[in-house]
Design a binder for this molecule. Structure first.
Ligand SMILES: [Fe+2]
Ligand SMILES: [Fe+2]
Length: 266
């Protein structure tokens, strides 16, 4: 992981994965430097990752007060249980469903859970962090964050995009990508991550962006995209076209075997 300060109040713990055939997908976690510090998601659980050690480059884990899981997919929960040990004051912010899903992997101490639904807020000492349901999501427990003190949005999987190179996936600004390529990649990701988007009523789908439009975020921090710190409205415009984008079908066994034949031993 590489860490950097992307905003006065937000640090990024950046990582990425190569997705064969699609590109390089950012896998970011964040720290909101509130009076009560909030870690947002906990990265990949691969054996060579050590989330708590990466976090220590940004903040003493013992000072963490909240671990907000935007949803319990495995690219968001890798460091959770180690961090609970390293951050004895911290409680896990999730939903009833999220706590249930996490409990299928490892017992989650219920006295360290804080259940929060979209529309409800967490008091982080110097600000209220309001949960919202991002327009696109792949897990019923998904809750993004609107920071009313700074105007920033943390959008979970929504707005993500696989990018052509590791350098772009780890860029500090989404503007590092060509705008047209970025739009294509965001629409591809929308169909990969939220295949239900092709079945929705486009008008109701468009209306689901309204809470975010009303908030008017100054920056969008997606788990799967470098930070968007300017022209956030363009991101909404792109995703409005998702119901009409080509549906995604992943490689089948024949395609996998063709790919494997092309792999060179290293
Ligand atoms: Fe997800
Ligand atoms: Fe994800």
């Amino acid at each position: 992981m590489h860490t950097y300060r992307a905003h006065q109040d937000v640090s990024v713990l950046g990582d990425y994965l190569e997705v064969p055939g699609l590109g390089f997908l950012a896998v970011n976690a964040f720290v909101i430097h509130a009076a009560q510090p909030v870690v947002v998601d906990t990265g990949l659980g691969l054996p060579d990752r050590d989330f708590a050690a990466s976090l220590a480059e940004v903040i003493d884990p013992a000072d963490v007060r909240w671990i907000w899981l935007t949803h319990p997919d495995r690219d968001h929960t890798g460091g959770l249980f180690a961090l609970l040990d390293a951050a004895p004051q911290a409680r896990v912010v999730t939903t009833f469903v999220g706590a249930g899903i996490m409990s299928t992997e490892h017992p989650l101490p219920m006295d360290r859970v804080y259940l929060l639904n979209p529309g409800q807020s967490l008091d982080a000492g110097d600000r209220r962090l309001t949960g919202f349901r991002p327009p696109l999501f792949d897990n019923p427990a998904t809750v993004g964050i609107l920071d009313t003190a700074t105007g920033i949005c943390l959008s979970s999987d929504c707005f993500g995009a696989p990018l052509p190179t590791p350098e772009l996936a780890s860029a500090h600004e989404a503007t590092a990508a060509n705008p047209s390529d970025l739009r294509t990649a965001q629409l591809l990701w929308a169909t990969v991550d939220s295949p239900w988007v092709h079945t929705v009523d486009p008008a109701k789908y468009a209306a689901s962006f309204q809470p975010l439009r009303d908030f008017g975020p100054s920056a969008i921090f997606s788990t799967h995209l470098p930070p968007v710190t300017a022209n956030t409205a363009a991101a909404f415009t792109t995703l409005l076209d998702a119901p009409h984008a080509d549906p995604f079908t992943g490689p089948d066994q024949a395609a996998l075997e063709a790919m494997l034949r092309n792999f060179q031993p290293t």
